[in-house]
Design a protein around this ligand. Structure first.
Ligand SMILES: NC(=O)c1ccc[n+]([C@@H]2O[C@H](COP(=O)([O-])OP(=O)(O)OC[C@H]3O[C@@H](n4cnc5c(N)ncnc54)[C@H](OP(=O)(O)O)[C@@H]3O)[C@@H](O)[C@H]2O)c1
Length: 219
């Protein structure tokens, strides 16, 4: 599968690209600035310059799957959260549908909820929640992956996943990237929404232990 990695230049997105290199799928790195292409060329990975705040259709040509690992980040204001994490994500889902692409893997967040209130970053949780709801109501083969706090420590290869884990915690970007990439080859993740934290179960086993399609999927 030729897979567009949206947010490829980000901390998690770059790890996703690195993991895809040499595997069964061909990554295409979506970047915002042509100067970012060099680090991908060094990996032998093609790039496409595009922005979630602009039409995405040209970037999707020839792709069969998408991994969304972009985000407005904490250094920008709430207006970018709406423009990128909500509206950009929703627009990307529509563009993927129009392009006839079926597979869409969304890096979301724990607490993502269209009705979030009372948190310092409720606007972010609402934005992610709206995008997730849009994706879950689509006909796409989606996986919505909701991590806890992200860390830059070395990956452990072991996670806990469930529709609702009932606890808070963190996960390394290494392990999150592995989860996002493994979703491509694990049919049990299709039309599923699940939380993920570092835990005790090897990633492959955790993903393949997700129940049969139904729980965690929602329209
Ligand atoms: N931090 C946490 O604890 C946490 C917890 C749960 C979920 N998350 C989610 O995980 C995501 C990834 O985290 P991260 O730390 O790996 O991300 P990151 O390093 O901040 O990277 C975000 C990427 O998104 C790209 N981007 C921003 N605006 C864009 C736009 N308009 N169009 C296209 N691309 C755009 C950035 O491009 P440039 O490189 O050009 O700036 C960057 O490459 C976050 O954005 C967040 O939604 C984070």
């Amino acid at each position: 599968m030729r897979v567009l990695v949206i947010g490829a230049n980000g901390k998690t997105g770059f790890r996703v690209v690195e993991l895809l290199v040499g595997g069964d799928h061909e990554p295409v790195a979506m970047i915002r600035d042509p100067r970012q292409a060099e680090r991908f060329e060094a990996l032998g990975v093609g790039t496409v310059v595009a922005d979630l705040e602009q039409p995405l259709d040209p970037a999707l040509v020839g792709c069969e799957g998408v991994i969304f690992a972009a985000g407005s980040g904490s250094s920008t204001g709430p207006e970018k959260t709406l423009a990128v994490d909500r509206d950009g994500a929703v627009a990307s889902i529509a563009a993927v549908e129009s392009a006839g692409i079926e597979r869409y893997i969304m890096l979301s967040s724990m607490r993502a909820d269209p009705a979030s209130e009372g948190h310092a970053i409720s606007h972010y949780y609402r934005a992610k929640g709206v995008a997730d709801r849009h994706l879950a109501r689509s006909d796409l083969d989606f996986s919505i992956v909701r991590p806890g706090r992200l860390s830059d420590e070395e990956g452990t290869g072991e996670i806990d996943i469930a529709e609702s884990l009932g606890r808070r915690g963190s996960i390394t970007r290494d392990d999150l990237a592995r989860v996002l990439v493994r979703c491509l080859d694990e049919p049990r993740t299709i039309r599923r929404t699940f939380e993920v934290l570092n835990g005790r179960v090897p990633i492959d086993s955790a993903l393949s232990s997700l129940g049969a399609s139904g729980g965690g999927g929602h329209r």
